[in-house]
Each structure stands twice: as structure tokens, then as C-alpha cells.
Design a protein around this ligand. Structure first.
Ligand code: THG
Length: 262
């Protein structure tokens, strides 16, 4: 499982404050602690309160690149903010994200090509969040088709079924999980799949257990990557153990130690 740390997000008050005060040390601390805990990449989101996201995202990218060469995941619904971040990114980069709307695809797919970036495609459109598996698949197929038209390989595309909180969309959880499997058989070569894991437990109690259980289930449906809290040690242990059981790592008795990333 490709693990993307979710903690550098302005929605967290301490990150929002650090962005506002240009507090480099706090941002670098959260970058390094997530990597130490096993993150392969870092999601970077200025959050809803940023007054100047075009410049804030550049500051975040530059500050984080001073301390790590890991992949950066530029997270914004605004293509101008993504483009601004891309201009200063030297590390490998993933664009997070486009929707299935043609207007966004026609802007972001060429941008991904130009910057040699991977791209996350959310199965959402101007009509809103899909309510079932068929609607998710239809949007996924639209994204894959547009990428093919523009010459962007599905291997560089991550499809995201949009995980909803279990306390508001309980009846959809199974559809969301099954979508992950069906996305993989839309094209050959397959697109990759990704989720924002913590969405599932928003507003619930016992969040860690809900996150961990959903992650394990999604792993079986073929999930390739997840945006999650890598400082949740039991979650990271479940990620490693899922990889073991799905034969992505060779068994040994001390597999947790062996596969905990440095
Ligand atoms: N898909 C993709 N990108 C995404 C998401 C997704 N990026 C953003 C988000 N979803 C993933 N990141 C988070 C980060 C934090 C939380 C959820 C998802 C979270 N935050 C606490 C909350 O809202 O309750 C904040 C609590 C606090 O302030 O401490 O749960 O789905 N492609």
C-alpha cells in the first residue's frame, strides 16, 4: 500500500496557524514525523482559511522539500493552486485532484503530462457525489476515456471512489469498496486506486477502529494507495499486515519490524 500522510492540511488548526505565521519548524516537524512513521508521500493542502493559497502552497512545497525528497501530493480543488505548486516542486508529484468534469480534465490532464505528475481523479462531477456503484463507474470511465484521448497513461492515474462518512452513508459503504475493484478492470493497463481514509470516520466515535477496519477491507478490494494518518501506529501495523496477507511482502516472523518503513 502506498501511504500518503494527511496531516499537512490547513483544516487542522495547528497547521492553519503555522501557514499563517510562516512557521517553518512546525511544518517540517509534521513532514518528518509522518515519514518516520512510514509515509511514502505527503499530502499538502492549504486548507479552507488560506487567504493566498497560490503563494501558501509554494511556501509549503519549498519548506517541505528542504527536509525530504519524498513524493508531494498537491491537494486543492482549484487548478490554479495546483499549477502554482507544480512550478516549485522538484520532488515526484501527484496532482490531487481532478473531477470527472470535462473542463477540469482538459486543464489538469495536460498539466499532469507537462509536469510528469501522476493524477488523482475523483469520481464526482458538477452533478454531485455519486449515490451508487454504477454512477461511480460511469464517472471513472469518463476520466479514463479523457486521459486516453489526451495520451495520459492509466498507470499514472489514481481513481478515487470518494469515501463518505459511515455515519451518514452507511448503505453506500459496500458499493464504495466494490468500486475499488471494478475501477481496476476498466482498462488494460489498469488505473490505480486511492481513498481518503479518514473521511469514513468523520463525526463518528472510535474513529481509529473505523479507519483501520475500512482500510483492511479496501486492501482486499485491491486498493493501491491511501491518504491517512501515519502516526496512528495500529493503522500502520494493519497496512503492513494487509500487505503481508495479500502476498505483497514475503513472510517472516518479524515482518512488522522488517517492513516498517524507515
Ligand atoms: N480524496 C482525496 N483527497 C483528499 C480526500 C479524499 N484530501 C483531503 C481528505 N479527503 C483527506 N484528508 C483528511 C484529513 C483530515 C481528515 C479527513 C481527511 C479529518 N480531519 C479531522 C475532522 O474533520 O474531523 C480534523 C480534526 C482536527 O481538527 O483535528 O478527519 O477523500 N483524493
Amino acid at each position: 500500500m502506498f501511504v500518503i500522510g494527511e496531516l499537512i492540511n490547513g483544516m487542522y488548526p495547528y497547521i492553519g496557524k503555522a501557514i499563517k505565521e510562516k512557521d517553518k519548524a512546525t511544518i517540517q516537524k509534521y513532514a518528518l514525523s509522518q515519514i518516520q512513521a512510514g509515509a511514502d508521500a505527503l499530502d499538502i493542502n492549504c486548507g479552507p482559511v488560506s487567504k493566498d493559497p497560490l503563494s501558501d502552497i509554494q511556501w509549503l512545497v519549498e519548506v517541505i522539500q528542504e527536509v525530504t525528497e519524498k513524493t508531494l501530493v498537491l491537494d486543492s480543488s482549484k487548478p490554479q493552486v495546483i499549477e502554482s505548486g507544480l512550478k516549485v516542486t522538484k520532488n515526484k508529484v501527484i496532482i490531487n485532484s481532478t473531477t470527472a468534469d470535462l473542463e477540469k480534465l482538459e486543464k489538469l490532464v495536460p498539466l499532469a503530462k507537462q509536469y510528469n505528475a501522476k493524477l488523482i481523479g475523483l469520481t464526482i462531477s458538477a452533478k454531485g457525489i455519486p449515490q451508487n456503484k454504477d454512477q461511480r463507474l460511469e464517472l471513472a470511465a469518463q476520466i479514463v476515456a479523457t486521459c486516453a484521448d489526451i495520451g495520459f497513461t492509466p498507470e499514472d492515474l489514481y481513481l478515487d471512489p470518494i469515501v463518505l462518512p459511515v455515519n451518514v452513508a452507511q448503505a453506500q459503504m459496500k458499493d464504495i469498496l466494490e468500486s475499488i475493484h471494478e475501477f481496476k478492470i476498466i482498462s488494460d493497463p489498469s488505473p490505480k486506486t486511492i481513498i481518503g481514509l479518514s473521511n469514513v470516520s468523520q463525526g463518528s466515535s472510535v474513529r481509529n477502529l473505523i479507519n483501520r477496519t475500512f482500510l483492511i477491507m479496501a486492501a482486499l478490494f485491491g486498493l493501491d494507495a491511501a491518504i491517512l494518518d501515519p502516526l496512528d501506529k495500529e493503522l500502520m501495523d494493519a497496512v503492513i499486515t494487509s500487505d503481508l496477507i495479500l502476498n505483497k511482502q514475503i513472510y517472516c516472523d518479524r515482518y512488522l519490524e522488517a517492513y516498517r518503513k524507515k
